[in-house]
Design a protein around this ligand. Structure first.
Ligand code: SF4
Length: 202
């Protein structure tokens, strides 16, 4: 695996907010992403850089960090672009760890995961994954029609809108307004803050 960073922290987004996790951030993202310029993790986007780390080492370090039955969050970059992504998921689960994967949904992931988060960077009909535990959309002014297409075309337990941060500012109020608007139109979107930012942790 090509790794950007490894750290133990608390999940600050979506349904698993508050859960301690060992974060494995993959290095590299080739997704044609409309918010690349404001990506939270610009240092993880290039395929050069990062550190080659074996699956065995990652599982060992995850177990040491979060203990047996702990959670691993495999994120990026785009973790599904790593050749060993599924091997790492399987190895973690074989050792009793729970695995969350955060992906753009532009590549299929066939290994079973405990919690799959798709944060789409393309219209719903271009996604290769259209079923997940949660859908998490970074709100950058998408239309009601576009958000409605995700709601009807993507199957998930939770549908989140999450504010976008840029230069220390956030469109939190606009995001919350859109959540209200979507709910009034019959779509059960929820607001996802990034609590780790408010807590001042990674
Ligand atoms: S897909 Fe995700 S990691 Fe890649 S540029 Fe977009 S926000 Fe960043």
């Amino acid at each position: 695996m090509h790794i950007s960073e490894l750290f133990y922290s608390v999940q600050g987004e979506g349904h698993l907010t508050g859960r301690p996790m060992y974060f494995i951030r993959a290095q590299g993202c080739a997704v044609k992403c409309p918010i690349r310029a404001v990506c939270d993790q610009p240092e993880s986007l290039a395929f050069r850089g990062g550190t080659e780390t074996s699956v065995v080492t990652l599982v060992t370090e995850a177990l040491a960090a979060c203990g047996p039955r702990g959670w691993v969050c495999l994120t990026g970059g785009e973790p599904a672009e790593q050749p060993d992504c599924e091997a790492l998921i399987a190895a973690c689960r074989q050792r009793g760890l729970f695995v969350q994967v955060q992906t753009s949904g532009m590549r299929r992931i066939s290994a079973p995961v405990d919690w799959l988060t798709v944060s789409p960077k393309a219209p719903c009909d271009e996604l290769l994954i259209t079923t997940a535990h949660e859908l998490k959309i970074i709100y950058t002014g998408q239309s009601v029609a576009e958000l409605s297409a995700y709601y009807s075309g993507f199957r998930a337990f939770n549908y989140y809108l999450q504010p976008c941060w840029q230069d220390g500012e956030t469109n939190q109020a606009e995001t919350l307004d859109m959540v209200y608007r979507l709910n009034r139109a019959g779509m059960g979107y929820e607001f996802s803050a990034q609590w780790h930012k408010f807590l001042g942790v990674r």
